[in-house]
Design a protein around this ligand. Sequence first.
Ligand SMILES: NC(=O)c1ccc[n+]([C@@H]2O[C@H](COP(=O)([O-])OP(=O)(O)OC[C@H]3O[C@@H](n4cnc5c(N)ncnc54)[C@H](O)[C@@H]3O)[C@@H](O)[C@H]2O)c1
Length: 387
Amino acid sequence: MARPATSDAAPDPRPALQIAMIGHAFMGRAHANAYRQANHFFDLPRRLVPAVLVGRDAARAAAAARQLGFLRSTTDLDAVLADPAIDVVDVATPNDSHHRITMAALRRQKHVLCEKPLALSTEQALEMAALARKQRVRVAVWHNYRRAPAVALAARILGRGDLGEVRQVRAVYLQDWLRDGAAPASWRTSRRNCGSGAHGDLNAHLIDLVRALTGLEFDAVCGVQQTFTRQRPDGQGGSSKVDVDDAFCFLARFRGGAIGTFEASRVATGRKNHNCIEISGSKGALRWNLERLNELELFTADDGADVQGFRTILCMDPGHPYAADWWPDGHTIGYEHTFVHHVVDFVRALHDGTPFRPDFADGVAVQKVLDAALQSIGKGGWIKVGR
Ligand SMILES: NC(=O)c1ccc[n+]([C@@H]2O[C@H](COP(=O)([O-])OP(=O)(O)OC[C@H]3O[C@@H](n4cnc5c(N)ncnc54)[C@H](O)[C@@H]3O)[C@@H](O)[C@H]2O)c1
């Protein structure tokens, strides 16, 4: 009888890709999880090494590094950027720091994964995109919803032209965590920190999704916004001014004639994370809703008249995007997996020298729409989206 054998795991021959992550709260946790799961589930050309976590408070950063699986932590961003061993800088901090941190990382020739919205203004976003091009590094914006399997399937269906000419899109991203006037102020309620409210936070995702799915480019927009609570508790017994929108809706005209409606809200009572998009074409339609992440609703006019109707596809079979690398047929995945797919595709694109989207050019395009919609509020009418 053969004797039981034990052997040490062979050393991993793949070159390391060392990651520095700035910020370690909500998105920091989502990104850190993505680096670990990407290594674990996907066959990647590079071994991802969550190397250093950068925070503003040494003790909190050290605790976060331990929990999130980073090798070390620091409060010294400049030293991290000066370290030639760091390949990728991940910007997971509030919006007002994206431009400063990204520009500093690009000057050091790092690849950058930056959270959305890319910047506070089109001018900032253009600078970031120009420097990334000049430095010949790879960059990405964390519009992770593109990489839900059902969304990637929707992109495949639309890309094949199965739905005919796209005529209308209706996109809503609804939350209600600011419904209550007693909900505290934060960087998300201060224009200086975030640029705008639900608009930059949630419409940014919708704009990216529509561009990614349909290939349509915005021609002009017309918006309306409201702030229902203008002072919020500051957490220290006082109150803070709210100078961003609680809800922001806009109409859109696309080049080529399609039209669309967009609605973002943090006061949509009862809605928690209702990110939903419906696209109507001349030969069919589809609808996706983050709250039913793995399902795609599809209507095709080719079906016989007596069986026509929206059908629901559970996008968890091996033929569906990303599904084969997870679990057997029908074993569903969740929100965090969209970030894993983003990392996987980025690392493969980096290795192969192939394009990765959304890149900073996409971030600029989103920012132009955001800014045009904000301008339309000030001017009270339609505003052309800059080309
Ligand atoms: N892709 C998505 O679906 C998604 C979801 C939520 C948030 N976001 C974006 O991610 C970014 C971060 O949002 P969050 O929800 O993680 O915020 P958060 O408040 O939960 O965390 C922010 C982190 O950044 C740190 N930080 C703040 N200012 C900093 C600075 N100047 N330098 C270094 N660190 C700093 C904080 O200490 C904290 O660790 C925002 O741009 C937000 O719009 C994206």
